[in-house]
Design a binder for this molecule. Structure first.
Ligand code: FAD
Length: 467
């Protein structure tokens, strides 16, 4: 097995795991393994089973990018929320899947690829390019793993295929259960697996021919433009095969006007394609500022889709600890949701401090997965995602999130939240619209994991599963 790092934390350093004990686990011990193959993992778990040492709790970690692990109850480190630190439950066996990171098969005829679950989308996209292939849909952070991204319902931005839950491209999952048995999952409704079915070791997913994108950016002086440009962008999408996705960023500092930027991504001929539409709904194309991240540029899709506008890369200096939260509302209520949000934000300056890069609105088509936060429930076809890049201590962030959730409730706007990001009310409660589906998911979970090794009974998810 590759060398074991002694200590690690998640993306923003707020969830820590103490993996200093890498010796073979004893029942009840916390331990850490980073298998380099499914066989190594199976050997490890069957060895434990044969010695009657199957761990009571197992947690799989992929890119360790998440701000929340819904299947776990994370203990606060110290009593003060402002320290922001939480740690994994103890005892548990941590399975770090990042050592299983290869492409195992590419089928150019059927346009499918099979990967080990710990491969990052970044590596997958770069390696597929050498074969003239691509993944159709990518989130704003390609360092997530294929198995970990599907763990929380990670999504891209756009419409139809581009803006769906990434796991919508999956064809099959391979899972190793607590006792080392290998299972294959082909029911797409289980692909948002939340880490509770076992360790996902391999994924087969669809791919498409390699493509390039270009991003144009248009600035609007006033919030009044919000609805027309949201609708206008989707009209373009419907009319042009080259249209890929759109994203709207709303400024919070100018409380009177709330100017916005609309980012439009279209398919490019190649990375040198500099033909940009020069205006959109009356606004001119913005000019790149020398020395700052370009807002108008072309490149391989995996360079254009990552978010270049916040401290969304590790080790980028930030004004306080960086966190993320994300709420999903029915796109038909997008305007009411944005106005409700801003009416709360405008009350004082705390939103400006916590959200210096503003409110980012993205668009996610619904899917049919049981536990997807953007599931096709109540006839919702398209969600608007209110994505929040937050800076501050966790107690400061909690205060902001409480206000947002209260204001949506006060305005009668139903909402769900991202499983891998922060929320205030608890993921089980906020995502309670999934309760009926959770019952079905839970039945499968019990079949896969009868001893409950992958679900912490004090977790938010366990509440939703009714345990
Ligand atoms: C900077 C940044 C930008 C982001 N942008 C987006 C975005 O654009 N869209 C979006 O939807 N999300 C976004 N996210 C959230 C991110 O996509 C999710 O949190 C994702 O689940 C992280 O994947 P990971 O590989 O790091 O998994 P981890 O964080 O390690 O794990 C996520 C969950 O999956 C489980 N898990 C991981 N691997 C496995 C496995 N192999 N088998 C079983 N269970 C497993 C874990 O136990 C956990 O519950 C962003 C996060 C960051 C840090």
């Amino acid at each position: 097995m590759p060398p074991v790092p002694r200590y690690e934390s998640n993306f923003n350093g707020t969830i820590t795991l103490d993996n200093s004990d890498s010796s073979p686990p004893e029942r009840g011990d916390r331990s850490y393994i980073r298998p380099s193959s499914r066989e190594a993992l199976v050997d490890h778990l069957t060895g434990l089973r044969d010695r009657d040492e199957t761990p009571d709790r197992i947690v799989a970690v992929g890119g360790f990018s998440s701000f929340e692990f819904p299947q776990l109850h994370l203990a606060e480190q110290g009593e003060d929320l402002s320290s922001s630190r939480r740690e994994f439950p103890s005892p548990c066996l941590l399975v770090d899947v990042s050592g299983m990171n290869s492409i195992t098969h590419i089928d150019k005829l059927s346009l499918t690829v099979t990967v080990e679950a710990g491969i990052t989308y970044w590596d997958l996209a770069n390696q597929l390019r050498a074969h003239g292939l691509a993944v159709a849909n990518l989130s704003a952070y390609p360092e997530v793993t294929v198995g970990g991204g599907s763990g929380t319902g990670t999504h891209g931005s756009g419409f139809a295929v581009h803006g769906k839950n990434q796991a919508d491209q999956f064809i099959a999952l391979e899972i190793v259960d607590a006792r080392g048995e290998v299972r294959r999952v082909v029911d797409p409704r289980l692909f948002t697996h939340l880490g509770v079915l076992g360790v996902v070791t391999a994924v087969t997913l669809r791919c498409i021919p390699m493509f390039f994108l270009k991003q144009a950016c248009f600035e609007f002086a006033d919030l009044d433009a919000f609805d027309s440009l949201r609708i206008g962008a989707f009209q373009q999408l419907a009319e042009s095969a080259d249209f890929y996705s759109t994203m709207i960023r709303i400024d919070l500092v100018d409380k009177q006007h709330h100017p916005l930027k609309c980012y439009i991504r279209t398919v490019a001929k190649d990375e040198n394609d500099q033909e940009f539409q020069t205006s959109f709904l009356g606004a001119d194309l913005v000019e790149n500022v020398h020395g700052e991240e370009p807002q108008v540029f072309a490149g391989p899709y995996y360079d254009v889709l990552p978010d270049h506008t916040t401290a969304s890369r590790k080790n980028v200096p930030a004004p306080g600890t960086y966190h993320q939260a994300e709420y999903f509302v029915d796109n038909r209520l997008a305007s009411q949701a944005v106005h409700a949000f801003l009416s709360e934000a405008d009350k004082d300056d705390s939103f400006i401090t916590a959200l210096p890069t503003g409110l980012k609105c993205r668009f996610v088509s619904s899917d049919d997965q049981w536990m997807s936060p953007t599931a096709n429930v109540d006839g919702v076809e398209l969600y608007m995602a209110l994505q929040l890049s937050l800076y501050g201590s966790r107690s400061e962030i909690a205060a902001i999130l409480k206000r947002i959730e209260d204001c949506f409730s006060d305005h009668g706007i139903p909402f769900s939240c991202h499983w891998g990001k922060l929320c205030y009310g608890g993921h089980g409660s906020v995502n309670s619209k999934l309760r009926d589906r959770a019952e079905i998911m839970n039945a499968t979970r019990v079949e896969f994991d009868p001893d409950g090794a992958f679900l912490d009974s004090d977790s938010e998810l366990a509440k939703l599963f009714g345990r």
